[in-house]
Design a protein around this ligand. Sequence first.
Ligand SMILES: Cc1ncc(COP(=O)(O)O)c(C=O)c1O
Length: 515
Amino acid sequence: MHDPLSGVIDLDPRSGKTLVQQLCDRLREAILAGHLQPGQHLPSSRQLARRLKVSRNTVSFAVEQLAMEGYFHVAQGRRPTVAAVARSSPASGAPLHRASRAIQVSRWAERLSRSDWPFEQEGAPRPFSPGLADAREFPHDLWARCLRRAARNADRASMVGVNRPGLRVALLRHLAEHRGVKAAAHQLVITPSAQSAIELIARTIVDQDDTAWLESPGYGGARAAFEAVGARILGVGLDDRGLSIAKRIDRPRLIFVTPSHQYPTGRLMPVSRRQELLGFAASAGAVIIEDDYDSEFHYDGRPVASLQGLDRGNTVFYVGTLSKSTFADIRVGYAIVPESLVTIFERAQRHGGQIVAASVQDALADFINEGYLAQHIRKMARLYRARRDRLVQALKAAAGDRLEVMPPAGGMQLLAYLRAHDDDRTITTRLAEAGVTVRPLSRHFVGEAAGQGLFLGFAAWNEREIDAGADVIGRIISTPAEAASKRSSRPVPAGRVGKAPSRRSRRRSNRHAGA
Ligand SMILES: Cc1ncc(COP(=O)(O)O)c(C=O)c1O
């Protein structure tokens, strides 16, 4: 008689799996592949055990398990029979699923797939990847001590809180002191990143076809979050004082701004424009997202207090992140939510599962309360300021005739405008090939690019790395090479947006910085 199991069941006593698990796997595969047909009897457990050189118990346990899963019918005193199960092997001629079947995604996912953000993987960080803090300078031992302490206390503390009260209080005290925010602790919501806070706000505030204003050039992450919820994105240009409030354009539901270091130009929004913006948002019934992503690092003059601290109208969501003031692995962001929206926002947070581990929150509270965060920020502000100056000097020396470098008053990155009609994307590609990462300014605009430049992070690189990177930029930028032939022949459209402000207006803007 043909043995349907011959060559099908091969058990390996040295495999990491138990014999029962292996036997279950093989029998399942044999049924799905059609080697065992519906209605067919298995050999008796005694016969099978003898043939496979295993105990009868092993066979009985495996058969019981597969009967429970629905692969066999078993009845007292009878041999198990194979149940009617569809075959999934192509060899059977009737595949259950075709591997290549395209799965229909939601409209939300379709919109995501069309989004220009995030930028394609740039590989391992290297000069001058923007947005990176220097992890080499972070006090990892102190952080490890706080983490250990929090982990040890984890069983005693009730770890159920989504937003840990201790961190709310510690972080709020820090933000009130350093950024002038005004809020009660329960308004602070702790998220896994600033991006997740922005995404939650978008979902909580925006309906399909609502208008969202975005600075142009501006932060692609915010744009992606608003597009995903179906917002109509309106790029709003910048003038010397930041987002230019043009009352004739569509009334917004949401306005996204980076007033302390405009992303990516680094411009500062002076207090007069902040007040204007708050007044406009209140009259338009809009809410504002203030993204204060790296504003703890301020180098020239006194830092300007947050927009949120000026708000009397319950209109500002203040968003920030620890990934810049500490280092990229501390995935903790936060939002200060207008009082009237706290309940619904916390519900949205719970639904989205945008929760940071309680032990990490507790460790961070400890890190702040011990004074380590403030100490680290002070140290890094000195270091980053020196690196900013170094990069400005090095770029001027290497490519001053082709780049107009804009030293930012703070933050971790700077913009250098291309003086000639060079194409920033071509230059970015050539630099990438030469081992240097920059981002092209033109990719940051909503709609047509109205400026060409290179956006560079300086915080994470030491002087040697900065000098070497700047040399590469100088070499690439002054070599026409084949890039010349690929250069865009389109003239750069005229406009205020994205162009370097005049020296006079820069001075004016910096004076407001101290206001
Ligand atoms: C302007 C701006 N906002 C927000 C973020 C997001 O921060 P996080 O890493 O916490 O999501 C970034 C990240 O680089 C940023 O550049």
